[in-house]
Ligand binder design. Sequence first.
Ligand code: FES
Length: 142
Amino acid sequence: MARVAEAAGEPLSKALGVATFYSQFRLKPHGKNTIRCCHGTACHVSGAPLITQEIERYLGVKPGENTDDMLFTLEEVHCVGACGMAPVVMINDRAHGKLTPEKGVQVVREFREAELAAAGNGGGEGHVCACAAAAEAEEAAE
Ligand code: FES
């Protein structure tokens, strides 16, 4: 940050102010995928704490941490704007709603397996989008 501030000709405090204001900027490494467990009011009263607890246990990380393989960063957020689907967990841009602790872990597990399968494909021709694979798995389970 000091080098960025120096290059911009601004004080370090101003550069840090900008970097910490916008959620798109991060000061530490972030996992490839972001899991956001909503803890807004609707989700909280619908069981979000238990869902987050089970996802934490499954991934072996706490909110704000990355998995060892850097596949996921777990975050706790406040209202993702899908209260009608509470409780909600976002995996990247996709909302998964009406979850139970078991379903929460299931969607994360299916997404993780799809990601690992896609990575096994080398990511080139024939690359399988993890979101599409997870959606197919979810539809098949319903
Ligand atoms: S409180 Fe969770 S989506 Fe609004």
